[in-house]
Design a protein around this ligand. Structure first.
Ligand SMILES: [Zn+2]
Length: 322
């Protein structure tokens, strides 16, 4: 007789509907000991999920590598060639003042983008209703032809293009609540009527874009430094969520950056853990009305390790409960 819990039985009883997708190489991508976009970010999230007891309530998946065809839907061939050629056999090679590759980075970037593809397949196939991709390098600054801001391939954009082109969905949406404007995703989808992107970001702040949207399908809401939870929730409620609702997306992607948190060292938008739970619930409500609950969330920023862990766990908890 034992009182040890039968984890398999628990999983069956609660019908796990949220996928958690990552890959070991995402931990081996390392741009140097002082770089804020560090491997320990993934440990912080994973440890917090275990600490909060959420680990048993997600379906764990290993991210596949993205294919060349999947990447070419959002990046120029010559750009992919350049990133592949920049991959070093030793040491660190910078492709941008903030962005570098070590010998594992190219493989990590391929799996980070592949995670979004698998997540898209899982939620459209009905295996899960939502998915969180705990991956790095992040993606939302990666433009069609340019790496920047710690990003090599635009993971969320690869997922969106996969939903539209491989699965034939008519409408997709991206919600980007990272503290930095998602200029790469905007560059890729501006003017594409199938895609609506909504998001808040601190301005002025890197990459100093977004105030003038590049297309009518871009709903960018700059927020002043120090503006805090109320301003964030008002921007979401008044500007972002109505635009999201009006598009009636069949799937919603989240560029899940947690660097608008008040503890983050790279910005000061002053959000709290509970704001991430709140915004996730709001997005979940739109997804339930239009997208059969389908949400694919992919990690972007978040550099205060404990705040990152708590905020990501709050986000995943709401995905599980949705
Ligand atoms: Zn960021």
């Amino acid at each position: 007789m034992t009182y040890a819990p039968d984890r398999a039985a628990i999983r069956i009883q609660i019908s796990v509907l949220t996928a958690y997708i990552t890959h070991p190489t995402c931990h081996q991508h390392d741009m140097g000991s002082h770089h804020p976009e560090c491997p320990q970010r993934l440990d912080a999230i994973n440890d917090q999920l275990i600490g909060d007891g959420l680990d048993a309530f997600v379906q764990h998946h290993r991210a596949p590598s993205v294919t060349r065809e999947q990447l070419e839907r959002v990046h120029a061939r010559h750009y992919i060639d350049e990133i592949e050629a920049a991959s070093p056999t030793s040491g660190i090679h910078y492709v941008d003042p903030d962005t570098a590759l070590n010998p594992y980075s190219l493989t990590a970037a391929r799996h980070a983008a592949g995670a979004a593809v698998l997540a898209t397949d899982l939620v459209i196939g009905g295996d899960c209703s939502s998915a969180f991709c705990a991956v790095r390098p992040p993606g939302h600054h990666a433009m069609r032809e340019r790496a920047m801001g710690f990003c090599l391939f635009n993971n969320v954009a690869v997922g969106v293009a996969h939903a539209l082109n491989a699965h034939g969905l008519a409408r997709a949406a991206v919600v980007d609540f990272d503290v930095h404007h998602g200029n790469g995703t905007e560059d890729i989808f501006a003017g594409d009527p199938r895609v609506v992107m909504v998001g808040t970001f601190q301005y002025p702040l890197y990459p100093y874009s977004g105030v003038e949207p590049l297309g009518s399908n871009m709903h960018n809401v700059p927020l002043s430094p120090g503006s805090g939870s109320d301003a964030f929730r008002e921007a979401m409620t008044q500007r972002c969520l109505p635009a999201l609702e009006a598009h009636r997306p069949e799937i919603i992607f989240i560029s899940a950056g947690f660097d608008a948190h008040r503890e983050d060292p790279l910005a000061n938008l002053m959000l709290a853990d509970r704001d991430y739970a709140w915004v996730t619930a709001q997005i979940g409500a739109v997804a339930a009305r239009h997208a059969r609950g389908r949400i694919v969330s992919s990690l972007e920023g978040g550099y205060a390790l404990t705040a990152l862990g708590r905020s990501a766990a709050a986000h995943v908890r709401v995905l599980i409960d949705s």
